[in-house]
Ligand binder design. Structure first.
Ligand code: FEO
Length: 402
């Protein structure tokens, strides 16, 4: 049918029918500089199957893409790989329009969809490893609980070796080119790391277990089709993204440090600069992140790429700066592993912030190499101490990252 929006074939009788959200800049506290996509997929076999839907306001665009292949009312089954609203928001209305014969989700998916959408439609729970014959193709389900919600699962098309991986291997990246090989690799890599750091990082052990399981079962994957961002369809790209996930899930320390700080009258900023120089003097790659110029999600991305996290805060009203507390609260929830670090900051008369930062870093499991407080504005001698702190962290980093 002639429609405003078109489906894009990704494998034999399998189509991308998602939408591009060019305007998205905030995804529950994560800054999405490049927007996003909500990927839904259509499989045409004896049964017509829709994998996931899209965010509620984009329902019509998705239905238009589906209609370019087949009348949406011909959809027999809907499979929900992930219950979060960006993939299920349109589901109640789509069910209303399509009237599918069956709707499937994981056991937890059934509960989560019911709890969020308040729909009467029966949702059938599928088990881990179960296969669904859709006539000409078989769909196999993999429970991927807590990657990153309790309901998360993958669906694998046995005949085409296409893995619908919901949020995993995804990224917030709005692009007209839906294939990774048509996008600039540097952007794909950056957004993949950013997504992992901000969404999947706390579940890294589960990611590792899942990758081991796929390997153990010898699952051959030709196409990885996530729920956000580009699709990986070339063997080298499938391998690349699996290797990236393997590496990120292990969080091995690199010889790279991130120095994140806020400043009141410029003194903690001076300290951060001197510390960065000290780190660099030992050959450590440094990312200097003044909080006033970045977002907490950028800090998470840099922390994932680094082996050291150095945090600076002035003291205000006997506390650390609220902006520093915001970043640390966010980072702590993401549970980064294998980091060393330091706490530093200037103060006028009470100076509690450095101790508070140190305690939070320790509660995150960060090995705190050193701390440094400077009263008022650091002079040349104090800046030399900052430089030396950078040197000590860099030397320790070399030991653990070599
Ligand atoms: Fe893309 Fe967890 O939702």
């Amino acid at each position: 049918m002639e429609t405003a929006y078109r489906a894009i074939p990704i494998a034999d009788n399998i189509y991308w029918v998602g939408v591009v959200d060019w305007a998205l800049r905030n995804f529950h506290g994560y800054t999405t500089h490049r927007g996003s996509t909500y990927n839904a997929y259509l499989i045409v076999a004896d049964k017509v199957v829709l994998i996931d839907t899209v965010k509620k306001p984009f329902k019509d665009e998705m239905l238009s893409r589906i209609a370019s292949v087949i009348e949406p009312t011909k959809i027999d089954y809907i499979i929900s790989n992930h219950a979060e609203m960006d993939h299920s928001g349109a589901l109640p209305e789509v069910i209303e329009i399509v009237k599918p014969e069956k709707v499937f989700a994981s056991t937890m998916g059934v509960k989560n969809l019911k709890g969020q959408l308040h729909i009467d439609t029966e949702i059938i729970a599928v088990k881990d490893g179960e296969e669904l014959d859709i006539g000409g193709k078989r769909l196999r389900f993999f429970e991927t609980r807590m990657l990153h919600w309790p309901d998360s699962m993958f669906t694998y098309v046995v005949e085409n070796k296409v893995l619908f991986s919901q949020d995993a291997f995804g990224m917030h990246y709005a692009t007209i080119s839906i294939f990774a090989d048509e996008c600039p690799r540097a952007v794909v890599e950056h957004e993949l790391i950013t997504y992992y750091a901000n969404i999947l990082l706390p579940y890294s052990k589960l990611v590792e277990n899942l990758l081991n399981r796929l390997e153990r079962e010898g699952l051959e994957v030709r196409v990885i089709a996530p729920d956000h961002g580009p699709i990986f369809r070339r063997p080298e790209d499938v391998k690349w993204v699996l290797d990236m996930y393997k590496r990120m899930s292990k969080q091995k320390p690199t010889n790279r440090a991130v120095v994140v700080y806020d400043t009141m009258w410029g003194s903690t900023d001076k300290m951060a600069r001197a510390i960065a120089d000290g780190l660099a003097s030992e050959g450590t790659e440094v990312a200097l992140l003044p909080i006033s110029g970045c977002h907490r999600s950028d800090v998470a991305t840099e922390a994932l790429k680094s082996g050291a996290l150095l945090v600076g805060s002035p003291t205000i009203n006997n506390n650390m700066f609220p902006s520093v507390a915001d970043v640390l609260t966010y980072l702590k929830g993401l549970r980064p592993q294998n980091l060393i670090g330091a706490a530093f900051g200037s103060y006028g008369w009470s100076g509690e912030a450095v101790k508070q930062v140190e305690e939070i870093l320790k509660s995150m499991g960060v090995e705190v190499v050193d701390t440094l407080r400077v009263q008022w504005v650091p002079d040349e001698e104090k800046l030399k101490e900052c430089f030396n702190l950078g040197v000590r962290v860099a030397q320790r980093l070399k030991e653990i990252s070599s």
